[in-house]
Design a protein around this ligand. Sequence first.
Ligand code: COA
Length: 349
Amino acid sequence: MLFSPTGLTECFREWEDLEKNYQQIQDTHRLYKQKLEEVTRLQDSCSVAIARQRKKLKELTASLEECKEKHPTPKLNPEDVDAIAEIENSIKDRADAFSEMEAFLPKKNGLYLNLVLGNVNITLLNKQSKFAYKDEYEKFKLVLTVILFVVSFSCRFLFSYRALDALFNFLLVWYYCTLTIRESILISNGSRIKGWWVSHHYVSTFLSGVMLTWPEGTLYQMFRNQFLTYCLYQRFVQFLQYYYQSGCLYRLRALGERHNMDVTVEGFQSWMWRGLTFLLPFLFFGHFWQLYNSITLFRMFQLPECKEWQVVMCGCSYLVLFMGNFFTTVGVVYQKYMNNQDKTKAKSL
Ligand code: COA
């Protein structure tokens, strides 16, 4: 319990203590501001040095290329060829190293974040806060997945009101918008989310917005059940994705090797492959469902009673989602497979 002075003498003594303590606080805060200024100076000098090195490395790469062109390989001696190849490899590695460094340095926001948040610094300056932010992002998706599952289940099986459908679509618009903002912040903080997954959320925002404006009618009712069942399935897949992605995040954090593609830890690799092979059939089924939605909508568009522009817009959006999701997922899996093969080869050498 806090000591509370009773008599006047105790009050004076307490005031003296508080005065001393206040001096200490002032000193600590002065030191803190000094260190902050020091940090800001270091950040600036790091950013400037990185930019300068990048520029020089670019010029050096161009000069090396020119040298190679002017002296076709037979004329260059083998040592020079080796030395050039070594420098080129180091330049490539340095680009990755700079990206990692920049994840801890303040940088200008991209156009989207500038429009949404304004010119505010969103760089998280240590690994713990980066991890906590990513973890919070995954948890946010999980909570919204549960809420959206409940609402879409109610719309699909319990109530059939256009107003409730509108509420569901509005929730989807808000959810996807929020994801695009959070993902842009994650990317600024060094996350390697592929551009498509962010674009996928822009397209999904657009799609949900169009669904929101689709007026009640025969065509809306024709598509409604298929759409809501698809949404239910999507939430189910999202739940599996959460399990996989947060599993990866915790394991890699425990290993302390996020983004270090050269180090392989067999336990993690085998867990990741098991998770991925379990998840992939569900993901691909979802992608083909998107294609099916798009075909259904294009067929509906050909009906004589189709007057709503929303039908063709939603059809195009589903087609874009299918193509982007399918090819990106195939690309990600192929890349992981090749990385794995390279590591296995390197180990057997
Ligand atoms: N949405 C958001 N972030 C994603 C993502 C997605 N769909 N896929 C990957 N990421 C993130 C990862 O969390 C990781 O972030 P980090 O650098 O901050 O740690 C980064 O991107 C790199 O991930 P990567 O190693 O390329 O892939 P992964 O092993 O984490 O996930 C898949 C691979 C295929 C499981 C994942 O990309 C995925 O679920 N894709 C399918 C999404 C989809 O099709 N949804 C619609 C279903 S109907």
